[in-house]
Write a protein that binds this ligand. Sequence first.
Ligand code: KG4
Ligand code: ZN
Length: 354
Amino acid sequence: MDTLTFLGIESSCDDTAAAVLRGSEVLSSVVEGQAALHAAFGGVVPEIAARAHAERLDICIEAALAQAGVTLADLDGIAVTAGPGLIGGVLSGVMCAKGLAAATGLPLVGVNHLAGHALTPRLTDGVEYPYLMLLISGGHCQFLTVRGPEDFSRIGGSIDDAPGEAFDKTAKLLGLPQPGGPEVEREAAKGDPKRFAFPRPLLDRPGCDMSFSGLKTALLRQRDALVAAQGGLTRADRADICAGFQQAVADVLVEKTRRALKVSDAKVLAVAGGVAANTLIRAGLQRVAAEARAEYVAPPLRLCTDNAAMIAWAGMERFRMGARDGMDLAARPRWPLDTTAAPLIGSGKKGAKA
Ligand code: KG4
Ligand code: ZN
């Protein structure tokens, strides 16, 4: 098979990204975050994001081509995130990609951002189909059986908050900085996970769906009870709350993953997203994978968080299947990977970042 060289473009949330791949070799991966632009607003402002993408996309693309040591003439195609995401940002990327395709005559391939995440274990570890994918980030939480570049079955996920979102809210409630995951983990290492009893939401129900928003409420009540009783939290209280919370999230994720491995009967468990960096959660997932005799695969974090290398890869996979998009490629704010699964109410409420 010929080795393809692809440019990937990503602009669906608050990272402007461009990358060049030659086969599975990442020649360059440029990611420009917009955190500073949104910091004052307590969340991503879609209009600001869209304008920043429009201003920075060509600069990122030039940087990605230069770092890869290629020109547009060396490319075999252009892959671009066509959704789901903040529509202004997605449109910026799609328009940019169409302009490049029209000017160069290169083939254009639209990519589902979630497919980008879900296919990353194939880019980084050469994982064969089918495999079980667990996406756990600040905006996403779902199990997918991945059977092909366009063949995904959703077998469960969070019905409310994503786990990273729960970590971030926990940090906020306890006066810890953002992003909350690493901070809560650091506190938890000093705490007693058994001192406070946190719920294990939906663990008593069959299936692979999860819920994390109730944990945050339990935590808030616990914090307020301590404050009312003793006038504030000690360092030990905070560490114990973090440890109890982290243990509850880990227990739910681990048990639901055990079930998902059974349902999908996959021989590989691939995990992506910032939450997979958590040592307790990772150890639990590795344990259930070993129990199910499944291989555990976790791509490096820089390719798990939003980037354009995963978009270039997913685009190449679609391209090899014969997929080509035209100038009518639409930017889609919503685009479920599994169109047969029931739609979710408010999964990943933090926003469109996935
Ligand atoms: O995948 P990611 O970098 O970005 C997206 O959300 O798309 O995930 C970020 C999320 C944040 O919510 C962060 O708090 C969480 O992952 N996170 C962690 C840890 N490191 C990052 N959660 C728990 N433990 C960690 N060590
Ligand atoms: Zn994402």
